[in-house]
Design a protein around this ligand. Sequence first.
Ligand code: URA
Length: 472
Amino acid sequence: MKLGTYYVVELPEPDDFEFWRERARSLIQCDVPPDRIAWIEPGSSGDLFAHGERRAPVPPGDAPAVRANRRFVPLAKNAALHSDPERFALLYRLLWRLQANPRMMEDKADPDVRRIEELDKNVRRDSHKMHAFVRFRLVENEETDGEHYVAWFEPEHHILRANAGFFMRRFANMRWSILTPQGSLHWDGETMREGPPAERVDAPGGDPMEDLWRTYYASIFNPARLKVGAMLKEMPRKYWKNMPEAALIPELVAGAQKRESAMVDAGALEFEERPETLAAIDKAIHACRKCPIGALENQAVMGEGPQDAALMIVGEQPGDQEDQAGRPFVGPAGQLLDVHLEKAGIDRKASYVTNTVKHFKYVQRGKRRLHQSPAAKEIDTCRWWIESERAIVQPKLVLAMGASAARGMLGKTVSISKARGAPIALEEGCELWITAHPSYLLRLEGPAREEQARLFDADLVAVKERLEELSG
Ligand code: URA
């Protein structure tokens, strides 16, 4: 190091910990003390240091390796995401001091140690808020010809990129964008793209999903557990404006006590144990609000048929007509099912007929309610009920029709074309057979419909024969 040299390090990105780490290593190996370095992040002016040395110093070949304590690195990675302009200087000062005192991180009274811990805590808290409070709104995307979900969020720290993986994993099958004043993330189901900073007006204001969230929140809001102070701590007011459901908070708090007694009456507070009778399941699904579908204007539809049926037939969810009638498979798909069951010689009345998801999921378009497929998460939540039904009915064979029913039985997605035609062993000797859903046939025409009807019939005949073997 030249005596008196002042180093200016311009970070390419405000969250670029790796860049800081590389530079910090060579500066330490060149013995540059903390007060001879200015750490400048993008967007802040480096003019004050116009005469500073911007090139990285080259450490001598025999420079000792830089020591970083194991506790320091994870803390530093997080603290580097803080919005405090002094954070990189703090990290360097700590690293510099660690060379002489490797146990320094254990000194809880040291002001630098306390500061890095505080930064780390603030950043973790900001990430936690982002995970909890990002709210996607549905927009139609003509370019990509599909649904696109857009969320607006204002993080306090530079946490956007660090949290990309979290949202990618959680919403892997959705096409989404998260817009923030610091930058944006765009996921198309396969690749993540970063984009420029955005403004509040770039994000959509509200849409029917918002109503769904709002209704959902109102229904899961548990007045029996209401603690206003704790709620405000968890969900500070500044996040409320981006969360549709937050608009309900004052109203919900006011009505909490009234709703509590109503929920107790409906049995909504008692869902922890598996019901032991079909009647108990019926009662419980009517009060179930474990996912937003149950909060729509619909009624739960219970399975029907003999409790000792050897065959359990499982569909996806009630449709519009089933919802109105309160019975499974009474609409167009049910009528087609009846025709094919009869053709295969299967007696519907001797079978237990039910659905994976107990409520009708739809979007309202004018007077019509359009069917919406349940999301994997919703199926997985509702599996509790179909498993409870199976435990009581104890069928020898389950026929799952369509991908949602197959997922409801197996807890994972399978391809119908690959899984059909052969049994899958479930517990207690029960066999699962998978076939297409009759609604799928209804959507086809001409030779394609004929071909699928032929495959459907063949599956039903195989089921009938297997049932006879199992009962024989
Ligand atoms: N589709 C289903 O999956 N179930 C019904 O009950 C009706 C239509």
